[in-house]
Design a protein around this ligand. Structure first.
Ligand code: RP5
Length: 167
């Protein structure tokens, strides 16, 4: 990619270190596609001022997409989206008494005007958020489009080569 200084293009923010296991699905994809990224733990309710400052600063440093993950009331993705016009992808984390349903509703039901792209609850969601970030960046960095096509082909090949056990 033409990003010789290896400045992060994607910022992955999560509300708590307890979200890391799920959010590592997104960072694995970014790593696999060779996309420079950075990860931070920042919270909409525990560190609100730091979160806002960080988002502004990240944008100034060249970040092009935010991937955010939060559990329970999950205000983080919406708050990040309120601080930037860059694409914000949101992953509901399965935690707390409602196991992610609360986070899903919080993220998917953003009031009109400040969009957050909401993904599936848990690791499937964070993996797909990573892949969506690749697809968005592929519009600007053509080599990512090639890699994404190869990824799909590999995935299809794996399915076609699957043998079911004898009955
Ligand atoms: C949210 O509250 C975090 O995103 C996390 O999913 C949830 C619980 O946080 P911890 O109490 O585990 O730090 O802010």
């Amino acid at each position: 990619m033409e990003n010789n200084e290896k400045k992060p293009l994607v910022s992955v923010i999560m509300g708590s270190a307890s979200d890391w296991d799920v959010m590592s699905g997104a960072t694995k994809i970014l790593k696999d596609f060779g996309i420079p990224y950075e990860s931070r733990v920042l919270s909409a309710h525990r560190t609100p001022d730091m979160l806002r400052e960080y988002v502004k600063f990240a944008e100034e440093r060249g970040v092009e997409i935010f991937i955010t993950g939060a559990g329970m009331a999950a205000a983080l993705p919406g708050v990040v989206a309120s601080c930037t016009v860059l694409p914000v992808l949101g992953v509901p984390i399965p935690s707390g008494a409602l196991n992610g349903l609360d986070a899903l509703y919080s993220i998917v039901q953003m009031p009109p005007g400040i969009p957050v792209g909401c993904f599936a609850v848990g690791k499937a969601g964070s993996t797909n958020a990573g892949l969506m970030a690749v697809a968005i960046l592929a519009q600007k960095y053509p080599e990512l489009k090639t890699k994404l096509t190869e990824y799909r082909e590999k995935q299809a090949k794996k399915i076609l080569e699957t043998n079911l056990p004898e009955e």
